[in-house]
Design a protein around this ligand. Structure first.
Ligand code: CNA
Length: 238
């Protein structure tokens, strides 16, 4: 692995944006979707895409929550070196935004302040009837379906299949990606639409792609590392 290319690009960049996915958090112990040990390899009665859809939430709420609490919420997970190096780059003023498809809140837990969560967060939950806020502990500790004081069902502020992305989050992400001189893409298969299409707004000089497996967008990168994110980020000298 030739880390010098990455190091030089980081040293000479002033507007870095990181665009990431579930692979950023696998080294914190949270399975992704598409790796061999990812959620898509589990044997459930329904495929995960279906269980994480709005229709499933509406029609089989109890099954939705049983899967969601067991497999999606990981409250013991801690930020790993990738989250922490990105936070360090932000504090140095080089990194201007993290655009993430993750819903685990680990970038914020690591101290990153400019994180745009395209798919929402497990940490925010709202009653569908009165909109009252509930934290993730309330969801995790609820027996079966979490219910509000007003008797409404509580829904995670997570973008389920069939739901649209928050337009402010998309606009902010596009703003930063289109201004970036360097875009680092990491830990994402880049096949979940429309989130992955946001990288097309990048107009800068250097696109570094770090992913264990090949992605359909490898050819657009200035440099590709088919490595673990931690192996690449741990080599950086900041
Ligand atoms: P994905 O489709 O599962 O792809 C993950 C990619 O990361 C794969 O190509 C892996 O090869 C790669 N990868 C895994 N671990 C590493 C590593 N340590 N270093 C480098 N590469 C690695 O996930 P995407 O994010 O592309 O798909 C978007 C979905 C996944 C979004 O809707 C997320 O909400 C959803 N998701 C999020 C989480 C989370 O919040 N941590 C976990 C699981 C799924």
């Amino acid at each position: 692995m030739d880390i010098k290319i990455f190091q030089d690009i980081i040293d000479n960049s002033n507007y870095i944006v990181f665009f990431g996915g579930a692979g950023v958090s696998t080294e914190s112990g949270i399975p992704d979707f598409r790796s061999v040990d990812g959620l898509y390899s589990l044997k459930y009665d329904y495929p995960p895409e279906m269980m994480l859809s709005r229709t499933f939430f509406n029609e089989k709420t109890e099954d939705f929550y049983s899967f969601y609490k067991d497999k999606v919420i990981h409250l013991d997970a801690k930020p790993n070196i990738t989250h922490n190096i990105l936070t360090k780059l932000e504090k140095k003023g080089k990194l201007k935004a993290v655009v993430t498809q993750n819903i685990d809140g680990l970038h914020q837990l690591s101290g990153s302040e400019k994180t745009y969560e395209l798919h929402g967060s497990i940490h925010r939950n709202y009653c569908v009837k009165c909109n009252k806020f509930y934290d993730v502990d309330y969801i995790k500790n609820s027996v079966s379906i979490p219910i509000c004081q007003c008797s409404g069902i509580i829904k995670p502020d997570v973008v389920l299949y069939e739901e649209g992305l928050n337009s402010d989050t998309v606009q902010n992400s596009i703003y930063h990606i289109s201004k970036a001189d360097t875009l680092i893409i990491g830990g994402t298969s880049l096949i979940v639409y429309p989130a992955s299409s946001l990288i097309d707004y990048f107009n800068g000089e250097n696109l570094i792609l770090i992913n264990k497996e090949k992605t359909p967008r490898d050819s657009m990168a200035t440099h590709v590392y088919h490595e673990n994110l931690s192996d690449v980020f741990s080599e950086l000298i900041l």
